[in-house]
Structures are given as C-alpha cells and as structure tokens.
Design a protein. Structure first.
Lengths: 170, 170
C-alpha cells in the first residue's frame, strides 16, 4: 500500500469553517451529474442548505492529519414524524483522495452514529446503478437493494439508468 | 348512488386563498399520524411550505359546485437534476368528503398533468401499507409496488409497519 492509502482520516462534526472546502466538491459533483440527483447548476446557498444539516441532522467531515478536509457525510431522518426512525445519509469525497478509503471510513462512522442516535435502519433513496464502486461499498456494509427504480436517472454517458433504493437495519 | 357520491368535483390550481381550507386538513392528517410521514406537530408555516409548491411543482384543489375545497394534491420532481423526470405526488381529502371519489379525481388529474408536463413516470416514496384504501386506489391506476421498506412507519395503532414505494410509467 502507498502512503496515500494508509494515511488515516479523522472524522469530526462539520463547522461553518469547513464549507469553503466542501462547496467545490459538491459543486463539481453536481455539475458532473453522474452520481447524485442534484441540480447541476445548484448555487452555493442552496448547496449549503442541502449539505450543512441542522439537528436532528448531522454533517461530519473527514480530515487528514494536516487538517485538510478530504470528504464529508450527512445523516438525517429519511422521513418526518412516524417515519423519522429510519436514517438517510449522503457522502462526498474529494476526487483527488479517491481510493484511500475515505468513503468507507465515513460510512462506518455514520452507521455507528446513526445507531447511537436511535435510528433503527438506514435507507439510501437514489444510488445510481452505474456508480458500481458506491454500490459495492454499501453492499460491503450490509446494505441490500430493496428495488431499482427503472430509468430514474438520466446519466450524461449511459442515458436513462436505474436508481437503487438500498437499506440496512442498524 | 347518493347525491354526495354523484356530485362532481372541479380541479383547478390552488391559490393563496385556498390555504385556510387546506391547513386544517393537513394539520389533522399530520396529527393523526396514520397515513403520512409528516411531523404530527407541524406548524402552519412549515405546512404551507410543504403543501403549496413553487414551480416546477404544482398544487391543485378539488372544489365542489359551490366552491368548497374538498381536497388537494401536489406534484413535483421526485428528485432534482438528473432525476427530475420522475414525478412525485401527494393527496389530501377532507375526511367529511371521503368515499365520493375525490382522491380518484385528483389522481386522474395529476397523472394527466404530469404526463403533459413531460415527466416519464410517477413515484410514491412512502405509502403506509395499512392505508389499504390508498394502496388499492393507486393500484387501480396502474401503480405497482417496487418494494416495501420494512417497519419504516410507526403507526399509532399497528406499531411498526412498512412503507410501500409505488411506481408507474406515464
């Protein structure tokens, strides 16, 4: 393994000071329009409201040993009221840090925190089926695909592809 | 058939003037916590933002021949950006008007409008499985259940029950 692969990341709650590092990641991911159902032209204030969750939601960042933000995740209730005991989560990783386990570390953290918070399960509503690395990662954490909504995502290269609804108990 | 059952409803876009009739329906439905994943204590301003959709969303009302609002529905993109071609919809009917076909009339309208608007499919994310009348109604319109998220709804009488994800092409 290289140094990059073995460098550990630390995960902590996100603060307002983290936003300038997160905004380019979210903006570029939205513009690529390959992995999330975000407006490709989302503006910064909408992006900030989307990502920096208020309680009971949580937003965390993964930081390098030198404090550089290399990824982030949020959790929130997937539904309100009588559905608020199922969590939803979303993940962002700096593409330059891809392959060193940042998403895996974030997912492990988020699952632990969600269980501690009292959620009974976690549900992903829209995993793009061509995002095979993400699908494999969530499966490695025990997520199963409840259904694939056919042609629910318009991919810039692959055309209409399915969105997986993935789920695991906590 | 009785007079009540045969009285037709007219469906038109909702206006600000309709909100005072809609708020008690939404409030009482949320408080009952049997059919929607809404905060049972939702306040009026949050409820209004939830129901009275801005474009590209649409909110309509079903009105009696005397102008009384007897139900309502909204449509919106179920996801943003590359997922915005699948519609979502939600329905409210005055419980005093139950059984006369208001929900059916609203659903027929919403499906037609969504197709006209260019959506390719409609998805319901959270149909409470014990709401058997709604499930049967959506099935009669050709919706199929893609999956049932287990125990995703805490019902005040039945305990943890599933949420059906229902879908049909347009």
């Amino acid at each position: 393994m290289t140094d990059v692969e073995t460098r550990a990341v630390h995960i902590r709650p996100a603060t307002d000071d983290d936003w300038p590092a997160l905004w380019p990641m979210l903006r570029d991911n939205a513009a690529a329009a390959e992995t999330y159902t975000w407006d490709p032209h989302i503006d910064e204030s909408a992006a900030r409201a989307l990502w920096m969750k208020q309680p009971p939601g949580r937003t965390v960042v993964a930081v390098d040993s030198d404090g550089t933000v290399v990824g982030s995740a949020y959790t929130r209730p997937n539904q309100d009221g009588p559905g608020a005991h199922v969590a939803n989560a979303s993940f962002l990783v700096d593409p330059k840090q891809s392959g060193r386990g940042v998403a895996r570390a974030l997912c492990a953290h988020v699952l632990d925190q969600a269980k501690t918070d009292g959620y009974r399960a976690m549900q992903f509503n829209a995993v793009v089926e061509t995002n095979v690395r993400a699908v494999a990662l969530w499966q490695s954490f025990g997520f199963e695909t409840l259904a694939t909504v056919p042609e629910a995502f318009q991919h810039p290269v692959h055309g209409y592809v399915g969105l997986r609804i993935m789920y695991r108990r906590l």
